[in-house]
Ligand binder design. Structure first.
Ligand code: NAP
Length: 254
């Protein structure tokens, strides 16, 4: 028996990077998976590559659009029934200091990273509460959600918000048997961060900032997301789970 047999999990941002690795991991562990992403073609290509179309549903989604999120839940219920899990991997990374960040960039980061999480957590939780069913949510914040990072103002602010969203929702939803946890990845090699790995000096800096001596891989975050979604950690909610090579603990001596 696999950990997610007969379970359904929605993965936002599921077409790329951490989300795509999460889709693969949950599928391998037996889940029906809804791949929800702005990038519908990439999501379809991933589904084709994985295999059994019976256990995969591709759904075009903008998480910042609350009506679209409701339609996603509807499509999931129609295909697989009320879902068991939600992994919120959709996100964008705004670059710039507070002086360089205009209101549009700030709002875009908040709309996708924070309001998107609110929309999906709320719609998912409402479905489960209406059905009298428990479940689990894992949000993806960042190491930049627990400490400041220079020149990433909009991203840092929105990712701190994701931790607040997680803690508040965990308190509100515990009585319904719905757990809400958040992972905070360090630097992970994905399409989002690929440009940062083009300059060898930058790569050295990234590796030096992580006590474990390297960047992370999307599969390592997917493993933590699957862990936090699984029934075996049914007593864990409101937890902030760093998967960051130790970067949040302090600077290594090497
Ligand atoms: P990624 O490869 O860019 O994947 C994110 C996916 O989300 C992309 O397919 C993206 O589409 C999609 N997306 C963007 N806006 C969306 C929206 N409004 N609605 C639905 N989907 C949307 O990024 P990643 O590195 O895997 O990051 C996944 C999550 O981990 C993000 O929340 C990110 O902030 C977080 N994180 C990443 C790192 C890292 O080092 N990579 C570290 C800490 C936290 P587009 O390509 O069109 O944008």
């Amino acid at each position: 028996m696999k950990r997610f047999s007969a379970k359904t999990v929605i993965v936002t941002g599921g077409a790329s990077g951490i989300g795509a690795a999460t889709v693969r991991r949950l599928y391998e562990e037996g889940a029906n998976v809804v791949i929800a992403d702005l990038q519908e073609d990439a999501a379809s290509a991933l589904a084709q590559d994985i295999g059994d179309p019976q256990r995969l549903l591709v759904h075009a989604l903008d998480v910042s659009d609350a009506e679209a999120v409701d339609a996603l839940m509807e499509a999931c219920v129609e295909r697989f029934g009320v879902p068991d899990g939600l992994a919120n991997c959709a996100g964008v990374r705004g670059v710039g200091s507070i002086l360089e960040t205009d209101l549009d960039l700030f709002r875009r980061n908040v709309a996708i990273n924070l309001e998107g999480g609110f929309n999906t957590c709320k719609a998912f939780a409402q479905r489960l509460v209406d059905a009298g069913k428990g479940g689990a949510i894992v949000n993806v914040s960042s190491a930049a959600g627990i400490q400041g990072v220079p020149n990433r103002l909009a991203y840092v602010a929105s990712k701190h918000g994701v931790i607040g969203l997680t803690r508040g929702a965990a308190l509100d939803l515990g009585k319904y048997g719905i757990r809400v946890n958040v992972v905070t990845p360090g630097m992970i090699h994905t399409p989002m961060t690929a440009p940062m790995f083009e300059d060898p000096e930058n790569v050295d800096r990234i590796r030096a900032a992580h006590p474990i001596g390297r960047e992370g891989m999307p599969e390592e975050i997917a493993a933590a997301i699957a862990f936090a979604l699984a029934d075996e950690v049914a007593f864990m909610t409101g937890a902030v789970i760093p998967v960051d090579g130790g970067s949040s603990v302090g600077q290594p001596s090497h």
